[in-house]
Ligand binder design. Structure first.
Ligand code: SAM
Length: 287
């Protein structure tokens, strides 16, 4: 494991967050309003096999990682401070890059649903689904959606191997997930996205800026993120290309974030290539 024994996060920043930035009484009130048992039985499948890379890590220094109430309750209050200059602006950078009017949207690794709720608010007519491994994170996401009066389909599942049939979605979003995965899994997730999107469908990935992260080892050590240094060495653009997406592009967002995008190629009429005979009705995939 690349995390230092006692990261700065554990020794200094976590106590600072807990003392000054997280309102414990508020979190206790929120926790009491949530029916955790109902959440676990609704979103936690009895025989679900959690991946090794997920279950064995203490993300953000929390014992048990995302499979805990503590992780789910503290995620939103902490995220507010770790997406400079402003969480909503950073998330809006992804929303602003959506082309057209998607009707079926999937948000992979949706966590507490902050991005998923923004998608549903922006495209109220669309069917929106949020998928995550953690029943606790999904329980909070579901609570937030109910409070906002938004109808969202929350599912427990692995982003790299979902239960959906091919061509199920027009748009897939992935926010703040890839820096928490081994790169080989992120690439498997993109291949799964290619399978799930309709031809012409769009993929959008919001995450830490790989160029900036490469130049700031000290920063990647702080937050006890087990895979972030591996993520920083790679290229989401290259991964998208390898997964056969076209029109691949990444934009820097406030220097420390990036939004990457790609499109699943649309079929090309074979008749476009043929001058010999009329094959207008025959379609061949562009790949
Ligand atoms: C940093 S959070 C991001 C949450 C959310 N997308 C956001 O923008 O705030 C990462 C989330 O990914 C989930 N996750 C990690 N690996 C996953 C996988 N293989 N499949 C689905 N979800 C995963 C975790 O449970 C966690 O909720």
């Amino acid at each position: 494991m690349k995390n230092p024994e006692k990261p700065l996060w554990e020794t200094l920043l976590k106590p600072f967050f807990q003392t000054f930035l997280i309102d414990d009484a508020e979190l206790a009130r929120l926790s009491e309003m949530i029916d955790w048992e109902a959440g676990r039985s609704r979103f936690g499948q009895a025989d679900f096999q959690y991946p090794e890379y997920y279950q064995t890590q203490n993300f953000h220094g929390i014992e048990g990682g995302y499979l805990t109430k503590t992780a789910a309750l503290t995620y939103d209050p902490i995220t507010r401070y770790v997406l400079p200059p402003n969480e909503d602006w950073v998330r809006q950078a992804l929303i602003d890059r959506i082309g057209g009017q998607p009707r079926r949207i999937l948000d992979l690794g949706c966590g507490t649903g902050s991005m998923t709720l923004m998608l549903k608010k922006r495209f109220s007519e669309a069917t929106v689904c949020g998928l995550d491994l953690s029943p606790e994170m999904l329980t909070i996401a579901n609570y937030k959606a109910q409070q906002a009066g938004l109808n969202i389909d929350w599912r427990q599942g692995k982003a790299e191997k979902t239960p959906f049939v091919p061509h199920s979605f027009d748009l897939i979003t992935i926010a703040l997930l890839f820096h928490e995965l081994p790169p080989v899994i992120s690439q498997a997730v993109l291949k799964e996205c290619f399978r799930l999107l309709i031809p012409g469908g769009q993929i959008l990935v919001l995450d830490g800026n790989q160029k900036s992260l490469r130049q700031s080892d000290w920063l990647t050590n702080i937050f006890e993120e087990p895979y972030i240094q591996d993520y920083a060495q790679e290229s989401v653009d290259a991964w998208l290309g390898n997964a056969q997406f076209e029109a691949v592009q990444s934009d820097d967002v406030w220097w420390v974030h990036q939004v990457s995008q790609g499109m699943k190629p649309t079929p090309i009429r074979e008749s476009n290539f043929s001058t010999l005979e009329n094959r207008n009705e025959i379609f061949v995939p562009a790949i």
